[in-house]
Design a protein around this ligand. Sequence first.
Ligand code: FES
Length: 178
Amino acid sequence: MELLEGEEELIHSEVDSIFQEFTPERENLIPVLQETQKRLKYLPKLAMQKIAEKIGIPEVDVYSVATFYNQFRLYPPGKNQIKVCMGTACHMMGGHIILESFERRLGIKEGETTPDREFSLERVACVGCCALAPVVVVNDKVEPKVSPIRVDGILLSYEIEKKLEEKEKDAEEEGKSQ
Ligand code: FES
């Protein structure tokens, strides 16, 4: 995942400041990773490299811990967070097919984020509206009885929204420059 402008500096300064709170020891690895994720919203590769270097352990050890615990995310949250329910009712109604449709359409796997950071995709346990299975939650909006065909429509509505936002921004900037 490519870093955004200014993100590299932010990672360096946050990790440096975290090590003012924690001594660089192996037993602090998990709390350091938790604090890093709290501040940066995910664990960028650069942050993990820096943490390994500070503690003096191989990078692969940090990476193994980060991938072992599912509380850690290795990708930044997308601007639109898609959560596909994989509770029993949704699974029985084809939730896995819906997840696959999103994966195919977005070109990412579950747990990942699109390179433009517009969408992240994850599976979640029952979200409490089983009668509407299979359910997808985008940001906080519940999408009921989703079919593979509706996957396109759902994504399209967010893509259109983005285009409209961009147009508004361009119009605003044009207005400013006049
Ligand atoms: S199993 Fe999906 S909402 Fe309950």
